[in-house]
Write a protein that binds this ligand. Structure first.
Ligand SMILES: Cc1cc2nc3c(=O)[nH]c(=O)nc-3n(C[C@H](O)[C@H](O)[C@H](O)COP(=O)(O)O)c2cc1C
Length: 192
């Protein structure tokens, strides 16, 4: 019997022109293509004209995005370091929804200069905890990832990154199975 696949939403944390995010996203998508446990769905802020502050009633972009987040069983967030925090773009995505995050696992991939975006990740973890999303311990932080580009624009992942990603995906699959079943069985979060 084949195990049903989980929908993993890959969230781009940057909307910048020339963003490095695209290169890392391609690497993640390659790892997730034909993956035995996941199908991947892309959430790119460029596809949504999100307001910086949530509107009431919600605008059509916010509603469209929250529906996409709702369909996901788990997430991978690509998180660039912007002044030792995550981007405003990413916060706008996060604030577009609420229940859609609850009890879903999140894999984190940060990038930036020397710290590889670790400070941004630590700030992001607090936000995800508020939403009852489960941030994986096994995150990846890539320092100066642009140094992996050759003269032809081909990117090579840093040493150990593929193995670290593989481990994170295994852990994500484990959490996705557990939490998807718990949500299906409607385990009452208020009493456990
Ligand atoms: C507004 C802004 C602030 C940044 N601040 C930092 C920083 O504090 N530390 C760091 O290591 N990199 C910093 N960077 C570098 C980014 O992490 C790097 O440019 C990365 O590629 C940004 O992701 P993106 O290209 O996908 O938008 C900053 C970049 C921007 C645009």
């Amino acid at each position: 019997m084949t195990t049903p696949k989980h929908t993993l939403a890959l969230i781009y944390g940057s909307a910048r022109e020339d963003r490095f995010c695209d290169i890392l996203a391609r690497w993640l998508i390659a790892a997730l293509t034909d993956h035995p446990r996941f199908t991947v769905a892309i959430i790119d802020p460029r596809d949504y004209d999100l307001p910086l502050t949530p509107l009431k009633p919600a605008c059509s972009a916010t509603l469209r995005l929250s529906r996409q987040l709702d369909k996901a069983d788990g997430f991978i967030i690509l998180c660039p370091d912007y002044n030792h925090s995550y981007s405003a773009t990413l916060k706008a995505i996060i604030d577009s929804a609420y229940m859609e995050w609850k009890t879903k696992p999140v894999g984190l991939v940060s990038y930036g200069g020397q710290s590889g975006g670790l400070r941004a990740l630590e700030r992001l973890r607090g936000v995800l905890a508020r939403l009852d999303a489960i941030a994986m311990r096994e995150s990846l932080s890539l320092a100066y990832p642009w140094r992996g580009l050759d003269d032809h624009g081909q990117w090579t992942s840093p040493q150990g990154a593929d193995e670290a990603l593989d481990l994170m995906l295994k852990r994500l699959a484990w959490w996705c199975s557990l939490l998807t079943q718990a949500r299906r069985e409607n385990v009452d979060m208020e009493v456990v």
